[in-house]
Structures are given as structure tokens and as C-alpha cells.
Design a protein around this ligand. Structure first.
Ligand SMILES: Nc1ncnc2c1ncn2[C@@H]1O[C@H](COP(=O)(O)OP(=O)(O)OP(=O)(O)O)[C@@H](O)[C@H]1O
Ligand SMILES: [Mg+2]
Length: 262
């Protein structure tokens, strides 16, 4: 006998996942962070380039250009996690908007280390659907307006996780945040696997980290083709050698943030 409706299960999982308001998250003391996190103190001169980058990003997004921003590069090691973490920290210093940082470089997750977050249940476990609530993963950074959702390195079939229901829920939760919230997503490099391309397709814009003297023009061009049609918000030239005396290159390294139009 046919039972056309008998086996249909309505999946209302999305409604079970709470939007993780910052107020409900555990607070992490920024003093626990690594020395790579330089943008949590606006008196620190090293935060300057990230504040400039922050201003450019906010300007570029304007009121209508979305809130989900991926940080990627063509090849590994260009400084994605470093820039993503410090940009997010810089955005988190703003009192008028909430910022979320997601580590979606599941295989080489490093954001937890930069912020000094200890644990073993992160976005990977959330995406695997192991009864993990987003709220239990997120950490608010001190009194700032930044919440970090870390991942812990794991050998997983990450590309599969990026197309699952849980991933869809994660994106839906982030989209449901207030209009002025900004979500920074640390991605793997474009040429490592499918992940960055799959995730970028769900985002509102991508920032490409270009490693001065390492990333070739050809690499950059094909990386840009892969992320289409998601808009490129701009590129960050990392380890620019122009700055003298300041390891983070005030007037050097991160000043090289250009929109595609300039
Ligand atoms: N401008 C910089 N100044 C100082 N240290 C930097 C800078 N950029 C990157 N680093 C350091 O270089 C190393 C690699 O950077 P990071 O981990 O951010 O690269 P990534 O692109 O995220 O790498 P992966 O592809 O492995 O995810 C890290 O130790 C990071 O702290
Ligand atoms: Mg990284």
C-alpha cells in the first residue's frame, strides 16, 4: 500500500537554533589572547591599520550590501586568520554594532589559538549536528561587541559539512542578526579544497589577502574567478615591505587595502 505522506518528516531545525545574542555568551578575557591579536586595544598603534580596514569595509558595505564577509586567499599562509581576527576585533570595539567571527577553515582552524579560546567543541561539531547549540560555542571577547565562534582542527569531510542542513541553518541564523551586524568568516585558501568556494557562494562579499611577493597575478585572477558571482570587497596586501620600524606596518603593510575600483 502506498503511504505518500506517511514518511515525510518536517524539519524545523532552524527554529530550534537560537540567534546567539552576545549577551547570552560566555565571556573570554582578552588578556588570554595571543600576541597576534593586536586590535583589541585602540591605544595600541598596531591596531591602526585594522581600524583603517574596518572603516573601508563598513563604507563598502553601506546600508544595503549585506553583512557576511569572507576572508580568503589564493594559497595557504597568506595571513587570512591574522587579518580576519584583528579586523573582527577592531569591528568589535565599535559600540554601535555587533560583530561575529566564524572560523570556517575547519581543517586548519586557528582562530581559537589567536584569541586564546580553549575547548574542543566548535563549529565543526555544530555542523556535524551533534546536538551542539551555537550559544555554547560562542565567546564574547571581554566587554567588546565581538563574539567569536571557533573551530578546532579536525579531519573531517569539510566540503560535505558546507552543503548540509546545519550549514544552511548557520547562515540563516547569521542573516537573521540585526541589519548592522557584521559577520567575518575565516575561510580556507581558494586552491586548498572546495570549501572556500562553497562558503563564499553564501556570503555577501569576500576580501582577498594577497601576500606581497608570493601571490602571483595569475593565482589572484583565477582565485577571483572562483568566487564569482560573490562580490570582491577588496584586497589586503599583507607583509608589505614599505613600512619601516613598525612590524605591523603602520603606513605600510595594511595601508594597501584597495577596492576593486581603485
Ligand atoms: N602582517 C603580519 N605581521 C605579523 N605576523 C603575521 C602577519 N601576517 C601573518 N602573520 C603570521 O603569519 C602566520 C600565518 O598567518 P595566518 O595563519 O593568518 O595565515 P592563513 O592565511 O590564515 O594561513 P592558513 O592558510 O594556514 O589558514 C601566523 O603565524 C600569523 O600570525
Ligand atoms: Mg588560517
Amino acid at each position: 500500500m502506498n503511504e505518500p505522506y506517511g514518511r515525510i518528516a518536517f524539519n524545523d531545525e532552524k527554529r530550534l537554533i537560537n540567534v546567539p545574542f552576545l549577551e547570552t555568551l560566555d565571556v573570554l578575557d582578552p588578556a588570554q589572547s595571543s600576541d597576534k591579536l593586536v586590535a583589541v586595544d585602540s591605544n595600541d598603534a598596531r591596531s591602526r591599520p585594522f581600524n583603517l580596514l574596518r572603516a573601508q569595509i563598513i563604507k563598502k558595505l553601506g546600508p544595503t550590501h549585506g553583512k557576511l564577509i569572507g576572508i580568503t586567499s589564493a594559497a595557504p599562509g597568506a595571513g587570512k586568520s591574522f587579518v580576519a581576527s584583528n579586523l573582527a576585533a577592531s569591528l568589535g570595539m565599535l559600540s554601535n554594532r555587533k560583530t561575529y567571527l566564524l572560523d570556517l577553515d575547519l581543517r586548519r582552524a586557528s582562530v581559537a589559538g589567536i584569541f586564546g579560546i580553549r575547548g574542543n567543541v566548535g563549529l565543526t561539531e555544530f555542523l556535524m549536528g551533534d546536538d551542539v547549540e551555537l550559544k555554547s560555542i560562542g565567546r564574547r571577547i571581554g566587554t567588546t561587541n565581538l563574539a567569536v565562534f571557533p573551530s578546532y582542527p579536525a579531519m573531517v569531510n569539510s566540503a560535505e559539512l558546507m552543503v548540509g542542513d546545519r550549514f544552511e541553518s548557520l547562515i540563516a541564523v547569521m542573516r537573521a542578526l540585526p541589519a548592522d551586524a557584521i559577520v567575518i568568516v575565516d575561510l580556507p585558501p581558494i586552491f586548498a579544497n572546495d570549501d572556500a568556494i562553497l562558503v563564499a557562494g553564501q556570503l555577501d562579499g569576500v576580501v582577498m589577502i594577497v601576500e606581497q611577493g608570493v601571490t602571483t597575478k595569475k593565482q589572484l585572477q583565477s582565485a577571483l574567478q572562483f568566487i564569482e558571482p560573490t562580490p570582491l570587497l577588496g584586497t589586503v596586501f599583507n607583509r608589505f615591505n614599505g613600512g619601516v620600524g613598525d612590524p605591523y606596518g603602520y603606513g605600510g603593510k595594511y595601508e594597501g587595502y584597495y577596492s576593486t575600483k581603485t
